[in-house]
Design a protein around this ligand. Sequence first.
Ligand code: ZN
Length: 233
Amino acid sequence: MTKALVLFSGGQDSTTCLAWALARFDHVETIGFDYGQRHRIELDQRAKIREKIVALRPGWVARLGEDHLIDLAVLGQISATAMTRDVEIVMQENGLPNTFVPGRNLVFLTFAAAVAYRRGLTHIVGGMCETDFSGYPDCRDATIKAMQTALNLGMEKDFVLETPLMWLDKAQTWALAAELGGEPLVDLILEDTHTCYLGERGVRHEWGYGCGRCPACTLRAQGWAKYRAAAAA
Ligand code: ZN
């Protein structure tokens, strides 16, 4: 029996990862983190998406297990970024947008591994991607590989860190969703996942809800346009 834990934020990427895991593992649990994000919309969407996604394929409902929501308020307290403070999103001198929360994925993976250890889960699945991304260094493949080594040494385990989106661009991530769950999964991602940094859900664009201007919305909109163009060709 294969068992996985999916880092599930309620966004486009982690929802695609959840479908990927449900298609592959016998038992799948999810984990989310509340770190004082400036909006809680993503977290609110999680339960809704979990409920709807299992209806897409026979067998998925039996595979989906517990959800773990971890309070990491301390991460928001110690970091001054546009993700956790009400400040404008700008590009910084180091080439990273100020939405970068230093160490975030390292902390997430460490807590995920601690939960996986307790729950007997062997695979940890995350939506990190270094193809179309904002340049976050903790999304790089080398970072994830180093984390896997550190966690396995430090916990005396053989966890496998899976990043199915690592080498996909955003258009390919949409295509992967279509492959895993057909048009119904694409529709679910459009309607219910939340990516926008500002937490806007007022306007429904053809690529989903969001402000349409922040880096996350820009990536999502560009990926959708490219995916649709490829599908039409
Ligand atoms: Zn936005």
